[in-house]
Design a protein around this ligand. Structure first.
Ligand SMILES: [Cu+2]
Length: 297
């Protein structure tokens, strides 16, 4: 069941490699103005981390595609602003230096300038707000989801539950030391992956039984908090089968760095076979939410 996409393959598919690197350089430059890196989570990941990786992982979901293009739009805007402000500063420093202006200007107001420097930023913010809100609402629209999975945070591992397939659930723990297969990344490989079918819209419910955690998979541009006492929801749809790694992204205690996420995307037939096997394997256990409810009473 181990399907792994080589990073080079994934990049070649989306054609982001060369462009991605130039954007990465631009980011470093424009980053002094606005930090853009929060959009898609950590910059260092591909489908899994790669040495010296700088940019986002290749987008694996429609949502991630849109988030990448929003990021690119912001990058152009912030780069232009940064260059413009730098040029203005340089002009002022040279043109109005003390040695060339022994008698300083006493100009205070300029109506046209004041209208411009209020109006133009407002317009820029509107241009940014429209795709930003579109993206926010897109991430929130799982009304037509094909199936639901639950990810439940624990100190310090994830538990996955399949309410649409009989409600079976299982724990997913990081593989350590000798358990780690040579073809899997250290600190990211787990014993039982979250398995979903390819090409299907998956509604993801995220909860926790103890402290704050966050379910984050960079290739999906999914990063959603697991908050005690409530359920957060989003969705993802991955067309390409493969394994996509992520991590808990909320400081949650001693082993916060050791509760990775591995999502295995299988073709529908293989997923169905996996579900049938999983229903047997994980049968007769009580879901954690039911267990918790029982404790409350
Ligand atoms: Cu955590």
């Amino acid at each position: 069941m181990n399907i792994q996409i080589k990073q080079t393959e994934a990049v070649a598919t989306t054609g982001r490699s060369g462009r991605g690197r130039s954007f990465a350089l631009l980011t470093a430059f424009a980053g002094t103005f606005i930090s853009l890196t929060w959009l898609g989570g950590s910059m260092a990941f591909a489908q899994q981390p790669e040495p010296w990786g700088l940019n986002f992982q290749a987008a694996a979901t429609p949502y991630a595609e849109q988030a990448r293009s929003f990021h690119d739009l912001l990058l152009w805007i912030t780069t232009a602003i940064t260059l413009f402000v730098t040029a203005l500063l340089a002009y002022i420093v040279i043109r109005f230096r003390a040695s060339a202006n022994p008698e300083p200007s006493r100009t205070t107001h300029n109506t046209l300038l004041e209208i411009l420097w209020t109006g133009i930023p407002v317009l820029i913010l509107i241009v940014i707000a429209i795709p930003s809100f579109r993206l926010l609402y897109l991430g929130d629209d799982f009304s037509d989801a094909d199936m639901t999975v639950k990810a439940i945070g624990h100190q310090w591992y994830w538990e996955y539950e399949y309410p649409d397939h009989g409600g079976f659930f299982y724990d997913s723990l990081m593989l350590r030391g000798d358990q780690l297969p040579s073809d899997e990344p250290r600190l990211l490989a787990v014993d039982n992956r979250l398995v979903v079918p390819a090409g299907k819209k998956i509604r993801l419910m995220v909860a926790t039984v103890d402290v704050l955690h966050a379910f984050a998979v960079p290739a999906f541009t999914v990063k959603i908090d697991a908050v005690p006492g409530r359920i957060n929801e989003t969705w993802f749809q991955v067309d390409r089968p493969g394994v996509y790694y992520g991590q808990c992204s909320e400081l949650c205690g001693r082993d916060h760095g050791y509760m990775p996420i591995a999502v295995e995307v299988l073709p529908q037939a293989e997923f169905d076979a996996w579900v049938a096997a999983a229903q047997e394997k994980y049968a007769a256990a009580t879901p954690v939410m039911t267990r918790l409810a029982a404790i409350d009473r």
